[in-house]
Design a protein around this ligand. Structure first.
Ligand code: GLU
Length: 553
């Protein structure tokens, strides 16, 4: 045990302008006045680059649990690693949560009485707790240089010994007063380390909300609590234990990469005289490796889908993405969603039991696309318009606004009936699917797209004749069946087969069959090979537009 004088000297060097009083501090974080059973949950992302879809997944789960129980959901920014911090990340986190309509009750941009919600602004608080541990003999300064520590790790690896700073490897754990004072005199940098009292040979038991009964070795690592650099910021371990205590968090749900540190966090909480937290570790979203590497964690480096921007930029409807993520968390979500077509995903009662039972959730983009298609197909006319409009570029926006009645007819194609169209999964497809209806956009962007080859394989005489024959009898007043009869007649007249058997038996004597004839019209009208029903398109375009598009070269 270090002498009082040495401890005081360390304190003086850590907090030259005074130490916070713990009792006073704790009195400013009183018990929350919440109904029985209300959960206080949090998500603490680090601002180190783009927002991971896993952060949205974790936020969604925590937010649901908090709000379902009339509790509180907190966003806390874990900005204690200043070297890894990337400018603008905090804004990105906030904006992603807003876009996903995940509302936090307390956070960096929402006032709350349990803040500050940036860890970098809580530095004095962590120091107060770290010093409390120092005073109790449960923390000590460690002056080992990074090179020394690396050499130790190398040795452990070479000798196949469990890695870490513990037992005989905890070289500063039992240094004398003189040695510590000498190091201080020499101005050596130091971290403040936890003094573990655990033994790797003993086991502890606790219950994880998702993983059930756990039985693991005690912690014996003397981990750093306060960093050695000038920032004197805490490590994750101390920050987690202090913040979740002061903020009165009731359940710590986090990704299972933290599972191996849980014994440490339990020991740390006890050393501070606190009740250990109730933990729930969930498996992070995984993906099937595209290069045949099997199932693995979604990786920031390898997978575009890891970045929330990928989802937002493509314009997947947020509600559908949330539905998909909830489906990953709870396998009964799909049934619930189908049985409750009038409800929003935010009404879904997330179940912890079901979450526990779900294994590492696997990202399946086809399934997500299906959710998105269903969702878009279900939208009302106005919601559909809004979705497309919000995602549209300047020109497309102008076109959509120009003649609202025309736009409404276009966006109404094959929607709203028993079997609505389900070919749109993201808003970015709106332009491709509807843009050709607008003359300016059609001329500029659709004229030759993909369909050019089909037309260029036919002689211009054949095309001209087909168009002329069609226009000769075309009337916008014709019902679909009459229109189709007439189309067949003009196809025949232009040298296209109307009888498929005949056509198959004698292909060379025809320019093609009726479908090919219709395709000439379709490509000339829309620039596309595939579109909704041609009669409907002509009805909406109107006779002038139809004539002018078919008549032009
Ligand atoms: N910043 C940590 C992470 O993003 C937070 C883990 C936790 O939920 O405590 O992994």
């Amino acid at each position: 045990m270090l002498s009082q004088a040495t401890v005081d000297r360390i304190i003086g060097s850590l907090v030259p302008d005074g130490l916070l009083d713990l009792l006073e501090l704790e009195s400013s974080y009183p018990a929350r006045n919440l109904p029985e059973g209300a959960e206080v949950m949090r998500v603490p992302p680090s601002p180190t680059g783009f927002v991971h879809i896993g952060t949205i997944y974790a936020s969604l789960i925590n937010e649901r649990i908090a709000h379902q129980s009339s509790g509180v959901f907190i966003l806390r920014i874990e900005d204690t690693d200043k070297k890894r911090e990337v400018e603008g990340s905090v804004e990105q986190i906030i904006s992603a949560l807003k876009k996903f309509d995940i509302n936090y009750d307390e956070g960096p941009d929402v006032s709350g009485s349990y803040g500050p919600y940036f860890q970098s602004q809580r530095q004095k608080i962590y120091l107060a707790y770290a010093i409390e541990l120092l005073k109790k003999g449960r923390a000590y300064p460690c002056f080992a240089s990074p090179e020394e520590l690396q050499a130790q790790t190398k040795k452990q690896q070479a000798e196949k010994i469990r890695p870490g700073y513990y037992g005989q490897w905890a070289i500063w754990r039992d240094k004398s007063d003189e040695q510590v004072n000498q190091a201080l005199d020499d101005g050596k940098p130091f971290v403040l380390r936890f003094r573990s009292e655990g033994s790797h040979n003993n086991r502890i038991q606790y219950t994880d909300v998702f993983k059930g009964k756990m039985d693991v070795p005690e912690n014996d690592l003397d981990v750093p609590l306060i960093k050695s650099d000038e920032s004197r910021l805490p490590t994750y371990h101390l920050a987690h234990v202090v913040d979740d205590y002061l903020m009165r968090v009731t359940k710590v749900f986090r990704s299972d990469e933290w599972l191996p540190s849980t014994a440490l966090h339990i020991e740390l909480a006890k050393a501070l005289g606190h009740e250990p937290f109730t933990y729930g570790h969930f498996a992070p979203i995984s993906i099937l490796d595209k290069n045949g590497g099997g199932k693995r964690k979604l990786s920031k480096r390898k997978d575009d889908e890891a970045d929330v921007r990928y989802w937002l930029d493509a314009g997947y409807p947020i509600e559908a993405v949330k539905a998909y993520l909830l489906g990953l968390a709870n396998s009964n979500f799909e049934d619930w969603y189908r049985d409750n077509p009038d409800k929003s995903v935010d009404d879904f009662p997330l179940s912890l039991d079901k979450l526990a039972a779900s294994r590492a959730p696997l990202l399946d983009m086809t399934k997500l696309e299906d959710y998105a298609k269903d969702y878009i197909a279900r939208l009302s006319q106005d919601e559909f318009y809004d979705g497309i409009y919000r995602f549209a570029g300047e020109e497309f926006k102008l076109a959509l606004e120009q003649d609202i009645d025309y736009t409404k007819k276009i966006l109404g194609i094959e929607r709203g009936g028993e079997k609505p169209r389900k070919d749109m999964s993201k808003w970015s497809q709106g332009f491709d699917q509807y843009g050709y209806f607008f003359d300016d956009l059609f001329v500029k962007d659709f004229k030759t797209q993909g369909a050019e080859e089909f037309l260029s394989d036919l002689s211009s005489d054949v095309i001209d004749t087909a168009v002329t024959d069609f226009l000769e009898t075309y009337s916008a007043d014709d019902e679909q069946s009459i229109w189709f009869d007439k189309l067949k007649i003009s196809a025949e007249k232009s040298g296209f087969a109307t009888d498929n058997k005949q056509y198959k038996a004698n292909q060379d004597s025809f320019h093609g069959n009726v479908a090919d004839f219709a395709r000439i019209l379709r490509v000339k009208l829309t620039g596309k090979n595939r579109t909704p029903d041609l009669w409907t398109i002509m009805q909406i375009m109107g006779v002038d537009r139809v004539s002018s598009r078919l008549g032009s070269n």
